[in-house]
Design a protein around this ligand. Structure first.
Ligand code: SF4
Length: 458
């Protein structure tokens, strides 16, 4: 029976293949929309391409992938099954699309980090809910769907990351990403930062066999790629092994890691020899008390300068993330941070506001203290809008300081101060800064910084 394609009318199988859409709703964060092209300031995600690869081939699904950040949602196409993966900032849009596709007769499955954090809420918009990792549950859900016996809920357990198929990159949008070639080696994180959705979702820590990662990287077209793991070097022994396997491939790549890992000079050597040419680091704050408040005590502001120069010396460009509105932040935090970013010569800085994702300790604490701003639905939880009452300033002060920090950091003066033509990756860093200058202009024009209507209430 499983060898026959699905028939929507009978809920079983017939002579035609089932049309499936795997959809990532639009995340407006860090993107630019031009008349004919949307550009996302991020690497290509692997969620949809990996789910497509995990789809049992004998079911003969006709699969379409849509990342709505960089392409239009194919609303006019008839689909039998629509799978939507949501994060908190895209949940409202995901629910809207889910309701729309269900009204057109498609079965809708919702999964992703937000669905894992808020299962009952997501289930109200879906025929089936998927929580956690999809490695084992996705094939089962596909088979159940084809057999006409879709279950209301599929809970992913601990994933076995050995022997995974390679993502269906052939289905992915080729344009619109800063880096279209992506791969992953690890899942989850061992730390417990209080605002982090990865911690809230209890994803744990998992690694793929190094040789499988290296084989996939070797097969990627071109010389550059990115890891989209949230904390690539969490397990140093694994990171060293990975670097050893990547070195002979002579490719250039980047990823995300913690400052604690970046303090290890031997690891930086191994990364550089393996082709690592940029890293995104969560500095989060210039102030030690603020870091303690979010349980990121392994970040030490006094160590920032040494880490940055150690990475620059090895030819690595640094993307540095900072968060405003932490409980110990006073109104002078903006100026202090902007000055620190300039002094450290962070190549591509990024600012966010403290955002309590549901399911996190941060959310529980702020909710208990009555500090969640009323009228903010999940669409406001995109880290670029204020959704809380900060402890030591007003919400309006936080928003104004946040916008001012973007403005000052992406002024020509600051860009010239931070970037050096003598540094490796100068051209890439310059292009990144110019792109963020455009993003800054969009933020500045955004007059709708706080909810205006009841529709914005969850
Ligand atoms: S280090 Fe990064 S991924 Fe890990 S818990 Fe903290 S914020 Fe989350």
């Amino acid at each position: 029976m499983a060898n026959e394609p699905y028939n929507k009318d009978t809920g079983g199988h017939s002579g035609r293949s089932c049309r499936m859409l795997i959809l990532l709703p639009d995340g407006k964060i860090h993107k630019l929309s031009l008349p004919f092209l949307s550009i996302s300031f991020r690497e290509a995600p692997l969620t949809a391409t990996l789910l497509a690869a995990l789809t049992p081939p004998e079911l003969q699904f006709d699969i379409t992938i849509c990342d709505a950040s960089v392409s239009r949602v194919p609303l006019d196409h008839p689909f039998d099954l629509v799978a939507i993966s949501i994060i908190t900032g895209t949940a409202i849009e995901g629910y809207r699309l889910a309701d729309l596709f269900r009204a057109k007769g498609a079965k809708v499955v919702i999964g992703g980090v937000h669905a894992t954090l808020m299962p009952e809420e997501a289930a109200a918009h879906a025929d089936a809910l998927m929580t956690g990792f999809g490695e084992t549950t996705w094939p089962k859900m596909c088979r159940d769907f084809c057999a006409g016996s879709l279950k209301p809920r599929y809970d992913g357990g601990s994933p076995d990351l050995a022997g995974l198929p390679w993502p269906r990159r052939d289905l992915q949008n080729r344009f619109g990403y800063m880096m279209p070639q992506t791969v992953f080696a690890t899942r989850g994180c061992r730390n417990s930062c209080d605002f982090c959705a990865v911690v809230g979702a209890k994803f744990g820590w998992h690694t793929r066999p190094v040789q499988e990662v290296a084989a996939e990287v070797a097969a990627l077209p071109g010389k550059r790629f990115a890891f989209n793991d949230v904390s690539l070097c969490e397990d140093k022994a694994y990171a060293f092994e990975l670097c050893k396997a990547l070195k002979p491939l002579k490719k250039k790549w980047g990823g995300l890691m913690t400052l604690r890992a970046a303090e290890d000079e031997a690891l930086l050597d191994a990364l550089a020899e393996a082709g690592c040419c940029y890293m995104l680091l969560g500095f989060e704050s210039a102030l030690s008390p603020s870091l303690t408040g979010i349980r990121k005590t392994f970040n030490t502001p006094a160590a920032y300068r040494k880490i940055v120069s150690s990475m620059h010396i090895r030819g690595m460009m640094i993307q540095g993330c900072f968060i405003f509105g932490l409980d110990h932040d006073t109104p002078d935090v903006f100026e202090k941070t902007v000055r620190m970013v300039d002094d450290l010569e962070i190549d591509i800085p990024r600012y966010a506001v403290y955002t309590p994702f549901p399911g996190t300790d941060c959310y529980r604490r702020l909710a208990e203290q009555g500090r969640l701003l009323p009228g903010c639905n999940w669409a406001w939880y995109d880290t670029q809008h204020v959704v809380i009452r900060p402890a030591k300033m007003s919400s309006e002060e936080l928003d104004a300081g946040f916008i001012r920090a973007w403005e000052e950091t992406f002024s020509i003066r600051s860009i010239l101060r931070r970037l050096s033509p003598k540094r490796d990756q100068f051209v890439v860093a310059l292009a990144g800064n110019l792109a963020y200058r455009l993003y800054r202009a969009r933020l500045k024009k955004d007059r709708h910084r706080f909810p205006l209507s009841k529709e914005d209430t969850p």
